[in-house]
Each structure stands twice: as structure tokens, then as C-alpha cells.
Design a protein around this ligand. Sequence first.
Ligand SMILES: [Fe+2]
Length: 172
Amino acid sequence: MCGAPVAESVKTLGDLKGIFRDQAAWQDSDPDREVYRVRWWAPVVSGNEGGLFWGVTILQPGRVGDEYFMTHGHFHANRTRAEYYATVAGIGTLLRMDAERRTWAEDMVPGGLYYIHGEHAHRAVNIGDVPLIFWACWGSDAGYDYGTIQQHGFATSLLERDGKPAIVPHSS
Ligand SMILES: [Fe+2]
């Protein structure tokens, strides 16, 4: 994608304060290291009802301590607005969480298509050795609620245990 309506956002480790469990490891990490970037096409103004946005996320491989690189994750400000994700390349896990903090984990493999209900927070985790690339399509009036995740986090984490990814409750 290219052209005037395409925007880009880059998130580095320094931008992801408070997201990873191991704060000491995060402090020791390079704050300028890129974790992911999103390019999205916004043919209509954000907040307009009835439009659709299209985004491509490139999530790098890596870990902070034993926790895999992941996106910030968010609820939609408008909880009635759903979203599609589709994996293009790489191997990952899609974490979803509802308002009661029940969490689901789905494998992200190339060709996989995921329908994310509007009331579910969503986060992608790269558990592979190459960039995880996925498409997303969401409503132009979905909006973002990053604050709930910033404040309370997800209920589970993807950690490397014995060389393999493991889904671990956040309290352990
Ligand atoms: Fe979303």
C-alpha cells in the first residue's frame, strides 16, 4: 500500500512501557528497537460511521525476558464493532479477552482468518523466528480503548518455557 491516505505507526520497546511482565528486562532492553509497525489505509475520516479501514501489521520476532514480542492490544472504544485479522506470514498467537478477563488463544498461521467480536480485546504475539505479518479490517467508527489494557493488562501471557511457547496466567 502506498499513497496519501496510508498512515504508518511504529512501536519500539520504549513505546511499550508497562506491557511486558519483566520490567527489569524491559529496562535493560534497547528502547529504540522496533517491535512492530502498522500501515493502514483510512479512506474515510476516523469516527465516520459505515467506513472500513485496512491495515498491515509487521510484528518482529524477539522477547523481553521470556515473553515474546507482541502488540499493545486494545478493546474497541465502540464495543459493537468487530474486526477481521488474517495472517499473511510467520507464526503467532492471537490473544482475545472479554470484559470478564476470560482469554482465548488461537494459532496465527499463514492463510488463517480470525473474526474478532467487538467486545473482545485483541493482541497478536510473534512466537516464531521471522516477522509475523497480518492484515486487519475494521470499522472506521470502532475507535480504540488502549487504557483498559494499559491499566489492567491481559489475563494471560505467551512465555518461552523450555524452548517452546507456553500460555501462562498473568498472576503466576
Ligand atoms: Fe482492533
